[in-house]
Write a protein that binds this ligand. Sequence first.
Ligand SMILES: CC(C)(COP(=O)(O)OP(=O)(O)OC[C@H]1O[C@@H](n2cnc3c(N)ncnc32)[C@H](O)[C@@H]1OP(=O)(O)O)[C@@H](O)C(=O)NCCC(=O)NCCS
Length: 213
Amino acid sequence: MDRGTDIPLQDWAWPGEPFRLVAADVAAADWAARLPLEAQERAARFTDPAARARAAASEWFKACWLPQELGLDRVEWKTGTHGKPRLAGGGGGWGFNLSHAGGYVVAALAQGVAIGVDLESLARKADVEALGARVFSASEREWVRAGGRAAFFTLWSQKEALLKALGCGWANGNVVRGTRLEPAAFQEEPATRVRVWSRRVLDGAYALAVAVF
Ligand SMILES: CC(C)(COP(=O)(O)OP(=O)(O)OC[C@H]1O[C@@H](n2cnc3c(N)ncnc32)[C@H](O)[C@@H]1OP(=O)(O)O)[C@@H](O)C(=O)NCCC(=O)NCCS
């Protein structure tokens, strides 16, 4: 199988950050052709072509990029209680997570920690007020009141990365509404002690956040 070592990847990590952060333009390759059969089948379940291409690129990160990074033939997975896929076997000491949005997939990898990543397209239609009221804490709603849509996407991506690092996703309402995130480039969120890096990428078109626990 050609694992696609020729695929152009973008290194999104900044110097000194304690994680690998690598992104791919979904339009840059025929991902499905490079995948093992079961990964091809998972991606093929999506009927919308854009969603199918994003899923195939995500499968490529898991089946091809990750084993190569870890020096393994293949990686093994365990699934946590809220569906977070975790590395097992030879990759067991590593944290890995990925996010897909618009035309991009981004993968984050770090040793000895739990990691979460989130990418949000600012072009995404979202009822900022209604969503914010559901998931933000009082202090976070203040930031969004002051900073509008831009602040909403910053805090939303931070929160999702944090929830993905913890593995609980949006299911845990206490964690979801208990954080006190701020629109900072780096912070340690006080309620969870999760460290969060946050910025715009791709000429400001996407909000990106990485959380490490
Ligand atoms: C995990 C979750 C945050 C994904 O958010 P999303 O915006 O749809 O998707 P993203 O592109 O950012 O991330 C998807 C990737 O995260 C990973 N993932 C899946 N479940 C995860 C979890 N519980 N924690 C961390 N990462 C998870 C997967 O790799 C997935 O991509 P893949 O299926 O292609 O491998 C969201 O689905 C969630 O909260 N799930 C938990 C269950 C839950 O709360 N359900 C009620 C929803 S209201």
